[in-house]
Design a protein around this ligand. Structure first.
Ligand SMILES: [Fe+2]
Length: 264
């Protein structure tokens, strides 16, 4: 990755090549769950991450020629160990630990200088509209533009229905149907510089049916990780949120992500 590489060009060329991959017969995104209880025992300090846990999550995320993981991971069972505030601390520490293992196995670069880890809380319905053209985070299936890896911990989540997270493995879909980037994707239309690949609406139903799965309604018991490297091809999206109780409505998620500072 050179210093002047453009992330949109990189994503387009990497996704174009997915048409040449051989679709596997495995169930899409199978086996992505990691049960926290298998790795932690109470009492636990949120900042102490067992190396075996970071490796287990990373194993699921990585997809290369030697190892085809689902490209996503769902860490479950947080409520057994943490209330939300401590769960967020744990999430941040886990993300750093997973990124360290993931980076060593997937990306070249100076760990101190070339990457930036970011953590923040996003509140649906209150996202500054100038950022993405909408105050709501759920939208058509897409791939985030900058993040190489990201994770979300949802909560509090009150006063609505819907908002279920879905993932699509677009790699075998493009392979099976010999589809190139322009057949499957368009670029998002956003007020900020740069755009992200968005699944064309005519492919939504078939891609979901063939290679999609839902992680259900996300809450403070789970953390979802998505490998968002350019050649991974795992899309994310959510069903529309219907606010049922405007007085109590809140849909927040704590997000960790990492970007490559050499890419623009
Ligand atoms: Fe996204």
């Amino acid at each position: 990755m050179g210093s002047s590489t453009d992330m949109m060009t990189l994503r387009k060329s990497a996704l174009d090549k997915l048409a040449d991959t051989h679709p596997s017969n495995r169930e899409p995104l199978a086996g992505l769950e990691v049960k926290l209880g298998d790795y932690l025992s109470a009492p636990i300090r949120p900042n102490e991450i067992p190396p075996a846990l970071a490796r287990a999550v990373s194993d699921l995320l990585i997809r290369d020629d030697d190892q085809i993981g689902p490209g996503a991971a769902l860490v479950t069972g947080l409520l057994e160990f943490f209330e939300l505030e401590r769960a967020r601390s744990f999430h941040q520490a886990l993300f750093s630990a997973v990124w360290e293992v993931f980076r060593q196995r997937t990306v070249d670069g100076d760990p101190e200088k070339d990457f930036r880890l970011k953590t923040g809380t996003i509140s649906d319905g209150a996202i500054p509209i100038e950022l993405y053209g909408s105050s709501w985070s759920f939208k058509a299936f897409h791939i985030d533009r900058d993040a190489l890896l990201f994770s979300h911990l949802y909560g509090p989540v009150v006063g609505f229905t819907g908002g279920e997270l879905h993932l699509i493995d677009i790699r075998p879909y493009m392979g099976r149907h010999s589809l190139r980037f322009d057949d499957v994707f368009e670029w998002s239309d956003e007020p900020t510089d740069g755009c992200k690949p968005v699944l064309r609406s005519e492919h939504t139903q078939s891609a979901l049916a063939e290679y999609g799965r839902t992680t259900g309604s996300m809450g403070p018991d789970q953390i979802v990780f998505v490998n968002n490297l350019p050649d991974t091809g795992v899309l994310h999206g959510a069903t529309p949120v219907v606010v049922t109780d405007p007085e109590s409505f809140i849909r927040e998620y704590h997000r960790c992500s990492v970007k490559d500072l050499r890419l623009c």
